[in-house]
Design a binder for this molecule. Structure first.
Ligand code: NDP
Length: 478
C-alpha cells in the first residue's frame, strides 16, 4: 500500500515518508505513507476553513445520499479494507471485516442525522415574540485517532462531523494509517467536495498542535496522557474538545453469577482483540465464594486460545499491534509479579510460524486494588483478579481507580445488578455482558479522566458537532 495525504481534493506527497510493519510478521512492510509537513497541515486547515460554509449549505438530501453511499462502499470493500487492517493492526480477519462493517453502519446512521429535525420552536414570555433554538455546524473539526480501531474510529468521527455540515482534517495513528487512506479514497469517489475532508499523516505532536490551534473543535481518541497534552494546547485557543481516553475497566463477578456466563464475558472482555479495546476488562473483582472456581476456569480459557497470524483462518487472537505495546505488555506483567501478583496463565511471548508479536493472554491473581496492576491501563491481553468479601467491597474496589470508562457485573440477582449499575462511576455499565462491545446508536464515553466533553456516537453527536443558537423573534415588528 502506498498512501499520500489528501489535502483540498488533491493527493500530495510530504517532505518525507514512513513505513508500517505487519505485527503478525515483522519481516513484512505493509505500507509506505507520505509524512505531512507543517505547511501542508496549515494548507489542510485552510482548505477545510474555505470549504466548510459551502458544505453546510450543500443540499441536505445530496449530503445524506453521499454519506449513505460511503457506508455502502465500505461494506462493498470490507474484505479489502479488513485485510489491510488485519495486516497493519493485527486484528483477525473476521474482527477486521466486522470493524469495517461497523464503520459503514456509522456512516449510514449519520446519513440519517443530516435530515433529522435540528431545531426547536418555543413560545416566548413576551407577547408577540417566539424563540427559536437551532443547531449550526461547529465549523472546522480536527479529528485525531489511535491505532486500535483504524477504520471504525475515524469513521464515526468523520461521519458525524460531515453530517452536521462541518469540514474535517483527520490525522490517524502513524501505526495504522492505511484504512484511513481507503476511507479518504471513498469520500473522494462519492463526491465530497474538495477541502471538506482532508487527511494528514505523520507524527501526532507536530501535526496535532497546528490542527488544534486552527480548528473550531477537536475530537480526539487516545491515551489519557496525550489527552492532557492536547487539552492544555486547546485551552490556549479555547478550541472545543471531545476527548475519549484510557480505561481500566472492572468486571465484578458475584457468588450468585452463572459461572459459565461469567467466564465467557470475562474472557471475551479481557483477551479478545488482544485486549486492545479501550473498554476491555483489565480488572476482575470476584467475591470469595466463586473466586477459586472462576480463576480455575479463566486460566483454562486463557491457555486454550489459538494465537497467531491475523490472516490464518484458525487464529482466535492476533498479535499485539506494535513493538512498543508488546514490550510494555510484557513489562507490565513483570512489574505486577514484582509487586506480588501471581501469574495463573500466560503473560509471555509466544513463537509463531512468522516473526510476530504474539503474546499469551495473562491472568494475574491474588492482586490488590491499590497495586499498579489495578490502577494503570495496560491496553493488552492482561487481566488481574482481586478477591473481595461481598458486593459492598466489590463496588468500592470497582470505583477505586481514576479511570471511569466502562464497568460490568456478572450476577443473577436483579437487585445486585441494579445496585451496581447505580453505584458504578463508569460512563458505561454492562450487566451480564463484557465491558467491551458498544453499539453505535447510543452515547459512548467515560467520566474524566477517561473522557472529557460531550460523548461520542448516537444522539450525543449533535452536542459536540454543532453549536446552539437561540434566536428571539419579535413578530410584532416584522
Ligand atoms: P496515543 O495517545 O499515543 O495516540 C493517539 C493519537 O494522538 C495518535 O494519532 C497520535 O499520533 C496522536 N498524538 C500523539 N501525541 C500527540 C500530541 N501531542 N498532539 C496531538 N496528537 C497527538 O494513543 P494510542 O494510539 O497509543 O492508542 C491507545 C490509547 O487510546 C489507549 O489509552 C486507549 O485506552 C485509548 N482509546 C480510547 C478509546 C475511548 O473511546 N475512550 C477508544 C480507543 C482507544 P501518532 O501516534 O501518529 O504520533
Amino acid at each position: 500500500m502506498k498512501g499520500q495525504n489528501y489535502i483540498d481534493g488533491r493527493w500530495v506527497d510530504g517532505a518525507a515518508s514512513f513505513e508500517t510493519m505487519n505485527p503478525s510478521d515483522l519481516d513484512e512492510v505493509v505500507g509506505t505513507y507520505s509524512k505531512v509537513g507543517e505547511e501542508q497541515v496549515r494548507e489542510a486547515m485552510a482548505a477545510a476553513r474555505r470549504a466548510q460554509p459551502g458544505w453546510a449549505a450543500f443540499n441536505m438530501q445530496a449530503r445524506a445520499d453521499m454519506l449513505r453511499k460511503v457506508g455502502d462502499l465500505l461494506i462493498e470493500r470490507s474484505r479489502d479494507i479488513g485485510t489491510l487492517l488485519a495486516r497493519e493492526e493485527g486484528k483477525t480477519l473476521p474482527e477486521a471485516i466486522g470493524e469495517t462493517i461497523r464503520a459503514a453502519q456509522c456512516f449510514h446512521y449519520s446519513a440519517a442525522d443530516v435530515v433529522r429535525a435540528q431545531g426547536e420552536w418555543y413560545n416566548s414570555m413576551r407577547d408577540g415574540f417566539n424563540v427559536l433554538v437551532t443547531r449550526e455546524p461547529v465549523g472546522v473539526v480536527a479529528a485525531i485517532t489511535p491505532w486500535n480501531f483504524p477504520i471504525a474510529l475515524p469513521s464515526w468521527k468523520v461521519a458525524a462531523a460531515l453530517a452536521y455540515g462541518n469540514s474535517v482534517v483527520l490525522k490517524p495513528s502513524s501505526y495504522v494509517p492505511g484504512a484511513a487512506v481507503m476511507l479518504a479514497q471513498i469520500l473522494e469517489e462519492v463526491g465530497v467536495p474538495a477541502g471538506v475532508f482532508n487527511l494528514v499523516m505523520g507524527e501526532g505532536r507536530a501535526a496535532g498542535n497546528i490542527m488544534i490551534d486552527e480548528a473550531d473543535a477537536l475530537t480526539f481518541t487516545g491515551g489519557t496522557a496525550t489527552g492532557r497534552v492536547v487539552l492544555n494546547r486547546a485551552a490556549e485557543t479555547m478550541t472545543k474538545c471531545q476527548l475519549e481516553l484510557g480505561g481500566k475497566n472492572a468486571l465484578v463477578v458475584l457468588d450468585d453469577a452463572d459461572l459459565d456466563l461469567a467466564v465467557e464475558i470475562a474472557s471475551n472482555g479481557a483477551w479478545i482483540q488482544t485486549g486492545q479495546r479501550c473498554t476491555g476488562t483489565e480488572r476482575l473483582i470476584v467475591t470469595k465464594g466463586i473466586h477459586d472456581a472462576f480463576v480455575e476456569r479463566m486460566a483454562k480459557v486463557a491457555g486454550s486460545y489459538k494465537i497467531g497470524h491475523a490472516l490464518d483462518a484458525d487464529t482466535q487472537i492476533g498479535p499485539v499491534a506494535n513493538v512498543q505495546q508488546f514490550n510494555e505488555n510484557l513489562q507490565f506483567v513483570k512489574d505486577a509479579q514484582g509487586e506480588g501478583a501471581e501469574l495463573a496463565a500466560g503473560g509471555v511471548a509466544l513463537e509463531g510460524r512468522t516473526r510476530g508479536l504474539f503474546m499469551a493472554p495473562a491472568l494475574l491473581v491474588n492482586t490488590k486494588t491499590e497495586w499498579r496492576c489495578n490502577q494503570h491501563e495496560s491496553f493488552g491481553p492482561i487481566a488481574s483478579v482481586v478477591k473481595v468479601e461481598d458486593l459492598d467491597e466489590a463496588i468500592h474496589a470497582a470505583n477505586d481507580c481514576d479511570y471511569k470508562l466502562s464497568s460490568g457485573i456478572a450476577t443473577t440477582s436483579l437487585k445486585n445488578a441494579e445496585r451496581f449499575r447505580k453505584a458504578s462511576q463508569a460512563g458505561m455499565v454492562m450487566v451480564n455482558a463484557p465491558t467491551a462491545g458498544l453499539e453505535y446508536h447510543v452515547p459512548l464515553g467515560g467520566r474524566s479522566p477517561s473522557g472529557y466533553g460531550p460523548r461520542e456516537t448516537g444522539a450525543s453527536t449533535a452536542e459536540f458537532f454543532t453549536e446552539t443558537k437561540t434566536s428571539y423573534i419579535n413578530h410584532g415588528a416584522l
